[in-house]
Design a binder for this molecule. Structure first.
Ligand code: SF4
Length: 349
């Protein structure tokens, strides 16, 4: 356990070591070439729960289609969901649009600069507000995510669980005390970069770390024990049967309901529970598609934050295109309809 004075000293030395290191080593990422709040905001929302490499293509495509706040606020839901297809956590893009509408209505279409107004926008929490205000507006606001919590837990050898709000608040308060004037954005990005490239969750690269000489965890060999996390809740397992109903090269899809998981997105018809091939053919009969042949059985798993779907898919050739479904070719599914990854994985088959 280190004293408050020791911890404060650890924080205060960060800018002088991290800023030059970041300037020499930062990765060239598309969203780092701008301080335009709309672009930084879109990148930060995309990067939540998603890897940098996965975001690159989406970021360019999204901004080409919706280059500013006005176009985002007026985009159709279908366009939005298609642009987000495969990124997951679709509430993120819905919240982006809600916030864009608020900016149009309440801020004259101009991204607000004061922290409170930024934080009040839909889908923007402490982390994103801190990132935008420090990167775009040079404000001493910390952006504390899992990466930053891990780094600071190690540098200060802090064994408080990082899932606790009070731990996040404590780290944010310490950091905001040492934000360097005129370099706030660079400081935020240097912390993100250190967490992403050097102080990684497993096997941190202490030998090349710019803060290795004063990091308590490195000194005491406690890197692997930090950060401390509260035990995770077990994911609920849900078995589902997915009907890949095909008629003349077209597949049946339908829209999910307006509420809950993957709301408003398209899906292959599916039911709870795992059906046998015979029961699946009977179910297809009840759907009015006159099944002719069961071609294939496929097993897929998709993991959401709290649920794990264990899916059995049946490719069933049918004689009738029942009107209760929309019938589309695989090509149309790829180009036009927003099909979430949980179902898109069947397309590969
Ligand atoms: S010295 Fe090692 S543990 Fe400490 S911050 Fe650097 S990479 Fe992380």
């Amino acid at each position: 356990m280190h004293t408050q004075q020791e911890i404060q000293t650890q924080y205060s030395r960060l800018p002088e070591l991290l800023l030059p290191w970041y300037r020499a080593n930062a990765r060239d990422l598309p969203w780092r070439r701008t301080k335009e709040p709309y672009r930084v905001w879109v990148s930060e929302i995309m990067l939540q729960q998603t890897r940098v490499e996965a975001v690159r293509g989406y970021y360019d495509r999204f901004l080409t289609a919706l280059p500013d706040i006005a176009s985002l606020s007026s985009a159709s839901e279908e366009t939005l969901l298609k642009l987000w297809e495969g990124l997951g956590y679709y509430s993120r893009v819905r919240n982006l649009q809600k916030a864009a509408k608020t900016i149009m209505l309440e801020h004259g279409g101009v991204f607000p600069q004061d922290y409170k107004s930024v934080r009040a926008l839909c889908g923007i929490g402490d982390y994103t507000a801190g990132a935008i205000c420090s990167i775009c507006f040079e404000q001493p606001r910390a952006a504390v995510d899992g990466n930053v919590l891990r780094i600071m837990a190690r540098i200060t050898e802090d064994f408080s669980p990082i899932d606790l709000q009070e731990t996040k608040k404590k780290v944010a308060a310490y950091l905001e005390n040492v934000y360097p004037a005129g370099e706030c954005g660079t400081f935020t990005q240097s912390l993100m970069e250190l967490g992403a490239c050097v102080c990684t969750p497993r096997s941190p690269k202490c030998d090349i770390c710019p803060v290795k000489d004063f990091c308590f965890a490195s000194k005491n060999g406690t890197q692997a024990e930090l950060p401390v996390k509260l035990p995770k809740k077990e994911k609920r397992v849900e078995e589902r049967t997915v009907y890949l109903l095909e008629c003349d090269g077209a597949f049946a899809i339908e829209k999910r309901g307006e509420k809950g998981l993957l709301s408003g997105l398209w899906q292959f018809p599916n039911t709870l529970g795992r059906k046998s091939p015979d029961a699946a053919l009977q179910a297809a009969e009840a759907l009015g598609v006159q099944p002719a042949e069961l071609c294939r059985e496929v097993h897929k798993i998709h993991i959401f934050t709290h649920i794990r779907w264990e899916m059995t898919g049946y490719h069933i050739r049918c004689r009738v295109k029942d009107n209760s479904f929309t019938w589309v070719t695989p090509e149309m599914l790829r180009t036009t309809y927003a099909l979430p990854t949980a179902f898109r994985i069947f397309l590969d088959e």
